[in-house]
Design a protein around this ligand. Structure first.
Ligand code: GLY
Length: 392
């Protein structure tokens, strides 16, 4: 079904009381998980509802530490702070020893763990780790094409591309410029988002997941999907990364042209939501489909709308805040976990990856929790309950 802004307004909205109950449930689960996940981390996605314990690897471990920091901010429970600090030490070692960091996801990993620690507690080791991570990410910047290369060895022809997810990795570069006074980090981030938005946003306001850049000319070459259903479809989480990514760059750069970009990407997302407001994993699918949902895409979009709403005129602020509160209500009621015997995650019904003819993925974490869905759910609740100062 095609949603309009008016149809979305006919749904119930989350309010403080509902958000408070939901965050209490979520924090109880986080506190219960600490005994397993302090020196170890939860796997990227759950298996039959339960995360397994892993080392500090992949792009996803920072979401767990970020969730702990959010729970600590809300409760001031010292046990949460101590657990997050154990993990900050692990992140320091990870970047010092370059463990599983040959990719662009330094923001996902280090903004939510180490920048958060530095902002909340003044932890200098966390600041050092986050700056090492920012340096590492900045090294992935390719002058020829003006973008941050997402994956693989930098400068390798078969990997010369950007991906929409990278917009969430830019804030660590803006932050690094702020704390060091070196403007080059932010310049690279700004160049990257300009290049990215020039090629990944289609005329119908949907987005490509990844876009190859011609190594000879530095010009955008062609878009393909990695995790979406088709090269030319709109992967729901990719579209959500676009929403929040644009809002975060706006926060740092205040470039007025981003407002229209935000509206285009967000309105596409809202227009294509199914009847119950929980997106399928790709917008190729709509109400009645048997394909799985990706609740994490909705949680990311809520955070993006609530962040961008701060900078908009009254009418638009109301529009996106109202929409965010409707999505949050749907998430709490349809995906919020309240039962530790059912799952040790917070947000049910996510999809990490789904096999399709045109993508290169195998099914992974289908109809499961994932650590980023949990994190953005916590962040959305925190934003609803307080004037939250971002870790990003
Ligand atoms: N950034 C990878 C993903 O969203 O799956």
């Amino acid at each position: 079904m095609a949603q309009t802004f008016e149809t979305i307004m006919s749904y119930p909205a989350a309010d403080r009381e509902l958000a408070k109950k939901a965050i209490d449930d979520a924090i109880r689960i986080i506190q219960g998980d600490l005994s397993i996940f302090t020196s170890k981390f939860p796997s990227s996605n759950s298996f039959g509802g339960f995360y397994e314990a892993t080392e500090n690897v992949e792009w996803t471990t920072g979401f767990w530490t970020g969730s702990i920091w959010l729970a600590y901010e809300y409760t001031k429970d010292d046990a949460l702070k101590k657990a997050a600090e154990v993990q900050v030490d692990s992140f320091f070692e990870r970047i010092r020893d370059k463990i599983d960091v040959n990719h662009h996801d330094m923001g996902f990993l280090f903004s939510l763990s180490c920048v958060a620690a530095y902002k909340l507690t003044g932890n200098e080791k966390a600041k050092e780790a986050a700056l090492l991570a920012a340096n590492h990410l900045a090294e992935r910047y390719r002058e020829n094409g003006s973008f941050l290369q997402a994956w693989g060895n930098v400068g390798e022809a078969s990997e010369y591309r950007l991906i929409i997810d990278c917009l969430l990795n830019l804030p660590i570069l803006y932050w690094a410029s702020e704390v060091t006074g070196n403007k080059q980090y932010a310049q690279k981030a700004e160049n990257h988002i300009k290049t990215a938005m020039n090629c990944i946003l289609r005329e119908d306001d949907s987005t490509y997941h990844t876009y190859f850049i011609d190594m000879e000319t530095g010009k955008p070459s062609y878009g393909v999907t990695h995790q979406g259903n088709r090269n030319h479809s709109a992967w729901a989480r990719g579209q959500a990364w676009g929403i929040y990514g644009i809002a975060l760059s706006y926060h740092y750069l205040r470039d007025e042209s981003y407002i229209q970009l935000f509206e285009r990407v967000t309105d596409f997302f809202l227009r294509h939501l199914p009847e119950d407001l929980i997106p399928y994993w790709d917008f190729d699918f709509d109400t009645g489909s048997t394909e799985p949902r990706d609740s994490s895409a909705a949680a990311i979009a809520v955070c993006g709308m609530l962040e961008m709403a701060k900078y908009l005129d009254d009418e638009k602020r109301k529009k996106y805040t109202d929409a965010a509160n409707r999505l949050l209500y749907a998430l709490i009621h349809k995906c919020g976990n309240r039962d530790q015997n059912q799952s040790n995650g917070l947000l049910l019904h996510g999809t990490y990856a789904r096999d399709s003819k045109e993508n290169t993925c195998k099914d992974r974490g289908v109809d499961e929790c994932n650590t980023w869905g949990d994190y953005f759910y916590m962040e959305a609740l925190t934003r609803t309950l307080s004037d939250w100062k971002m870790y990003w």
